[in-house]
Design a protein around this ligand. Structure first.
Ligand code: ATP
Ligand code: MG
Length: 259
């Protein structure tokens, strides 16, 4: 096959793209790479390969859509660094070089004008970005709700895509809420049994060693009760009575000016 035909195939086939950087996708990764949808939630166990897949999608977007802005957000610098490192590693596998200061800045600009930036998520760091074509929220269950609400408008004008990936962390926060009740998402759930790199023997050892709730959270994609919660999520929801008026209700609407 000619180079041009190869390149064309990779532009339209992200599975072929993954293979070209020596990643043979697991079944769920292949399904995700083939998906054309632009609102994706990944509820996956630890080490299942969610950041790797998101990094490939980020790089693919930047390479094959000139002028794209791809933003990768994670709750902490270490995680942003790690996911950016996966993007850079794949880029190098394609034969490109990555400028050393890209690793310091956690950002790179491609020859086609696309940019990929990875940032530790706080509302302050992300203000100022707009026209984002792809937003990747890694470890989304640990990202502040405020950050999530601040980043969504960045997709407004560009019609950008949003991928949130995480292992659960309690029954609260936007990732939990979107996973359990949000509309318009394509959802992927990947427990450890579905990850070919996690052996049965290892899982069994973890099951014996970890408290049940931690094992369920880390390996079985379960949103377990938040540790410091006094009441269970179900009890609180069950206790809500729509017929009761709040003691301190919503502030009164300002009176409309007339005349
Ligand atoms: N399809 C694959 N084939 C081979 N190795 C893979 C594949 N997908 C991921 N890996 C490897 O598995 C390990 C975990 O991948 P990754 O960091 O993407 O997982 P993660 O779900 O983001 O983990 P964490 O929960 O720790 O953030 C890495 O070493 C990565 O290179
Ligand atoms: Mg990860």
């Amino acid at each position: 096959m000619t180079l041009l035909a190869d390149d064309l195939r990779m532009a339209f086939d992200r599975v072929a793209f993954a293979r070209s950087v020596e990643v043979e996708p697991d079944d769920w990764q292949a399904d995700l790479l083939r998906s054309g949808l632009d609102r994706i939630l990944l509820n996956c166990c630890r080490q299942s390969g969610k950041s790797t897949t998101a990094a490939l999608i980020a790089l693919h977007r930047a390479l094959y859509h000139p002028g794209s802005l791809v933003l990768i957000l994670a709750p902490a610098e270490r995680q942003a660094k790690e996911t950016f490192g996966k993007v850079a590693q794949a880029y190098r596998k394609l034969g490109h070089s990555v400028a050393p200061d890209s690793y310091r800045k956690l950002g790179m600009r491609l020859a086609n004008g696309s940019r990929i930036e990875a940032l530790p998520g706080s509302e302050k760091t992300i203000r100022g970005f707009s026209g984002v074509d792809l937003l990747v929220l890694d470890e989304a269950s640990r990202v502040d709700d405020g950050l999530y609400f601040a980043v969504r408008p960045m997709l407004a004008v560009s019609g950008g895509a949003l991928i949130m990936l995480s292992t659960p962390a309690g029954r609260r926060g936007v990732f939990f809420e979107e996973w359990t009740g949000g509309a318009g998402w394509e959802r992927y759930e990947v427990p450890a049994e579905e990850c070919p790199r996690i052996s049965e023997a290892f899982l069994e050892e973890e099951r014996r060693s970890l408290p049940r709730r931690i094992f369920d959270q880390e390996y079985r994609c379960v949103f377990v009760e938040t540790e410091d919660a006094i009441f269970s999520f179900e009890d609180v929801v069950g206790a809500l009575d729509p017929g009761v008026t709040p003691l301190f209700g919503a502030p009164a609407e300002p009176e409309e000016k007339t005349g």
